[in-house]
Design a protein around this ligand. Sequence first.
Ligand code: NAP
Length: 683
Amino acid sequence: MTRKLNNYILGKKITGDGEGRPLLNAITGEAVATASTQGINFGEVLDYGRTVGNPNLRKMTFHERGRMIKALALYLMTKKEKFYELSWATGATRADSWIDIEGGFGNLFSYSSLRRQFPDTTYCVEGDYLPLSKDGNFGGTHIMVPKTGVAVHINAYNFPVWGMLEKVAVNWLAGIPAVVKPATVTSFLTELVVSEIDKSGILPEGALQLICGSANGIIDHVESQDVVTFTGSAFTGRQLKGHPNVINNSVPFNLEADSLNASILGEDAVPGTPEFDLFIKEVRKEMTVKAGQKCTAIRRVIVPTNLVGEVQEALRIQLNKTTIGDPNVEGVRMGALAGYNQREEVRENVMQLAEFQEIIYGDLQEVAVTGADANKGSFLSPILMYNDAPFEKTAVHEIEAFGPVSTILPYDSLEDAIEITRLGRGSLVTSIATNDPQIATEFVLGAAPYNGRILVLDRHNGKVQTGHGSPLPMLVHGGPGRAGGGEEMGGKRGVYHYMQRTALQGNPTMLGSITQVYQPGGSYLEKPVHVFRKHFEELEIGETVITHKRTITEADIVNFANVSWDHFYAHTDVTSLDETIFEQRVAHGYFVLSAAAGLFVDAAKGPVLLNYGLDECRFMKPVYAGATIGVRLTVKEKVAQEKREEDDIAKGIVKFLVDVYDETGETVALATILTMVKMKNQE
Ligand code: NAP
């Protein structure tokens, strides 16, 4: 009997009622499992996420959440062969599955590492402090706090693993739980991964729930603190985004819909250049990897009119080399589509396109397969089309055939190439192959408003570039207009989608206590013991050393010029100062900072291990010989560090605000220095 998939909800494994929908092996057509959500109350599922998962995650710090994500990635890596084995049933080759499975783990690792860009707190400050009153007693900043809801991820069928992991990594780092609803047809693979996640026991209760099967009605239950992400067809996406519940409760809704991505061959990239070869390779790859079922796949191949013949021939040769069939058979490069319905949809869309443009490679009904039965699996030949009039025959800019299908479109000028790209009305990605910076710049500026990502391919990055089709965790994924107007991943930007940005106004001392970041103008905490004599745990935000003072002399300026070899005229030549802002020979900014260190450093060996740089540094007022400077050194922020090895010294980073002022009391230089400070507790 066929196995019924588990729904992982409400802290339990639940199979839905009834027989469930049969899910088939894309290669053999045999049943793999059935899926049912009958009898499941989606309102309860979301509520469980909000009331159990959310409090569990929001009380963890960014660093704890990041370490949790890393532990999960490492655990899943040990199970990967199981996932590859089952992934075959989705029609994927080993290479396709690698993108889905290990690409997904890669996202977990990336977001786990991103914790280092956040403080070790449950929330964070975003951006700078803004003074809002003349007396310095009032100002503002922004804080980001995790929303109190749940992330509802409704995913497409093409990436059952990556589709889930690329999203949950982000919401977990932000501190909110997820309910994942993969597309039913390939949900058996998502379920296998979630079963392993469940067994690992790494996540806190309620952090992840999985729904296998229809989720019609789930949107009726979303609330204003939830975030919905949708990946799939524009039709379904628009329907769900327009749901009255989403509109009435202003529920954030991130839509990633189908997109008519393009790749442009630059006029300079003629046959024989590395750019031409790269272009052909990328187009072939995007047509055949995952059998073209990638949201980022190249649908429109935009080439100079005089090169159409050569591009067509080069692609024909490459596509002929692509063996289609059972991915388990040696030499097979392209597997099957995810299911019969998906193949039927592609065929229908190609037939609509064929009313306006001709098929120049491939056959919609016939396909030679290796090691499989073409009648049982959902196989389809790559289909290359040619459209001789991209401005008149516009179906190619409207209809997406979500399979191994692309169309060659000719252009006569770069302006035309930009205009043709724009006819897609918003894409996830466009690439251009050119080694000409002028062409690249003009194209990028013209096409960028219509694209979420642009890849410029040339001979210098050909071997190392990550590919037209690969969204990267630290860069934005999503596109404007037709592509849905969404934006996901993108490093910190992605995390912020699951957090509330709140402008926080108040007295700088109060804001410092709330944010755990010293805000300029906040009161100084003067203590009898110098900050360099204290361990990490003993330092308090706002703790300040007010130093003795030093009068700068002509000799200091001359000596520093000699030591540093910086003989810039303003430091050395009094006759050169006409029409400059300087009235006298000015001290080097770096000297002022070095002199400041001389004032604030407590020299004896102590808990400070090293100084490893400056975050910000500004020289705000010229310092001339005769000026007397003093320093206020204030603990601005503390970030505990993790031990990499068991016998590492336990330590943290302390950021100090260095405020150098002169005899008038005015600040002459301001910098943030970064020091590494030992912890008292060496456990
Ligand atoms: P789809 O039919 O729009 O389905 C997408 C998801 O929505 C599936 O999980 C589906 O579940 C679910 N769904 C449908 N109706 C729903 C409802 N009333 N309430 C809640 N969930 C509902 O798209 P698809 O056929 O799976 O995916 C192919 C399309 O996705 C292509 O057009 C492709 O371009 C696009 N895509 C875009 C991206 C991107 O990042 N922009 C990525 C991949 C794919 P069921 O499976 O249970 O129906």
